[in-house]
Ligand binder design. Structure first.
Ligand SMILES: Cc1cc2nc3c(=O)[nH]c(=O)nc-3n(C[C@H](O)[C@H](O)[C@H](O)COP(=O)(O)OP(=O)(O)OC[C@H]3O[C@@H](n4cnc5c(N)ncnc54)[C@H](O)[C@@H]3O)c2cc1C
Length: 402
């Protein structure tokens, strides 16, 4: 059984291949039919920094949790188009839910990329059945946005591995059933060279301590928490791929799936802000003239610019995802660009929405205010906007990315 992308070679110029259809329609009636009309409790999620268990349950009931699990294992075997469309759809209603779902999908894609029979039975089948949530835990305070340089150490023992180190910002932290960690081999400075492996850590493993609960400016429901690992034992079977598969995982799996999940999420926020602004411009009327805001030339002009930004980004995201799914030889720059562009658009459009919707939007905890705060996370989530533009320029100029 091959995962959707193992045939591809993303770095430096290989094709991306997928066995999956390039449209979420192919996810089948189970994914389309149920749960779609639910209205998430986005305000409550934001106000209480509530991890959206209700949303994750709804996604499981709708059969969506196995989006990235191969069909042979009961999943949908989907690729990047489906991921970006679904995260966009979720984020239009609840960005934190989209982030939690997206990171589950990225973690799933990493497990599926070189899955052994053990990984298939222990993780992928339960994920497809909606019984298991996973997530990706790469970031560390020591390397920040340079997430491919972990210092968390993996030490080989006779009967498996022990892990020591500290992760930061783990979405779904404390709620997932498993965590896909990046780890460096112990006993050397090889982490400087980006030498790491991926390993799955089960929730409840001894030696795992969750740090402060998440209290962010935005994306307040994603439970993005620090994780301290002190001689945490994992079975040898939980290693993903071969030790030192680092660049393959970063560029073939983590980058495309993460960037597409996030591009969809931030596009969804921008779309939602656009819709809320349109509604406000049409409905707000002055008592003295009877005119609506929508009658003002300048506001018509600014609204047009917002629409153009959203549609430009959507076009880029769809094209990038389609190229990735099709294994297009030049998918790389498109995929690098789409999260950076979606972040820029989300911040710009939510900021414009805040201006155009006036004092109502500026009130504490307004929906626009929440979207603006949520959108801001895009630029600091690694690979950050700065780093993506750097990599994009390098890839276009034929300069090595790292
Ligand atoms: C809501 C949220 C959810 C997250 N979820 C996850 C998750 O599920 N899993 C996970 O592993 N991580 C996650 N992260 C972590 C995230 O991906 C980043 O690793 C983290 O935000 C980096 O923060 P930092 O302050 O250490 O960045 P720093 O490395 O300190 O960077 C600060 C700024 O400097 C810029 N910068 C740094 N170096 C350069 C350079 N060479 N060139 C140009 N600019 C540079 C960066 O782009 C950034 O804008 C999450 C973060 C957030 C905010």
């Amino acid at each position: 059984m091959r995962p959707p992308h193992t045939g591809g070679c993303f770095f430096p110029h290989g094709p991306w291949t997928t066995t999956s259809p390039a449209h979420p329609r192919a996810a089948g009636p189970r994914a389309r039919g149920r749960g779609g009309a639910r209205r998430p409790r986005a305000s409550e999620v934001d106000a209480q920094a509530l991890w959206p268990a209700h949303s994750m349950k709804a996604f499981a009931e709708a059969g969506l949790m196995g989006l990235q699990v191969p069909t042979e294992l009961g999943g949908h075997g989907q690729g990047l188009v489906a991921l970006s469309v679904i995260t966009e759809t979720i984020a239009r209603a609840c960005p934190s839910s989209a982030l939690c779902f997206g990171m589950h999908c990225v973690g799933t894609a990493v497990i599926a990329a070189k899955a052994s029979p053990h990984h298939e039975e222990r993780y992928l089948r339960p994920i497809a059945e909606g019984r298991h949530i996973t997530t990706l835990s790469l970031s560390e305070s020591g390397s920040g946005t340079h997430f491919y340089l972990p210092r968390t150490r993996l030490t080989q023992m006779e009967d498996g591995f022990v892990i020591d180190g500290e992760k930061q910002f783990t979405t779904n932290g404390g709620h997932a059933d498993s965590y896909v960690l990046s780890v460096a081999p112990a006993g050397g400075e090889s982490a400087q060279a980006g030498d790491f492996s991926c390993v799955v850590l089960d929730a409840g493993t001894d030696g795992v301590e969750w740090l402060q609960p998440w209290a962010g400016l935005g994306m307040r429901g994603n439970s993005s928490r620090g994780l301290r690992l002190t001689r945490a034992r994992v079975p040898a079977a939980n290693l993903l791929g071969e030790q030192g598969d680092q660049l393959w995982y970063v560029f073939e799996v983590v980058a495309p799936y993460f960037l597409m999940a996030m591009a969809g999420t931030y596009l969804g926020i921008a779309q939602s802000a656009l819709e809320a602004t349109g509604l406000h411009l049409r409905s707000r009327r002055y008592a003295h003239s009877g005119d609506a805001l929508a009658d003002a030339d300048v506001l018509q002009h600014r609204y047009a610019s917002m629409w153009m930004a959203v549609e430009r980004t959507r076009g880029l995201v769809r094209e990038a995802a389609a190229r990735g799914d099709a294994g297009h030889a030049d998918a790389l720059p498109w995929i690098l660009a789409c999260k950076a562009d979606a972040g820029d658009t989300a911040v710009q459009v939510t900021n414009d929405a805040m201006t155009l919707c006036g004092g109502v939007a500026y009130r504490e905890n307004s929906r626009i205010a929440q979207m603006l705060r949520d959108a801001r996370a895009s630029h600091v989530m690694a690979p950050t906007t700065e780093v993506l533009k750097l990599w994009l320029g390098r890839s276009l100029l034929g300069v090595p990315l790292l």
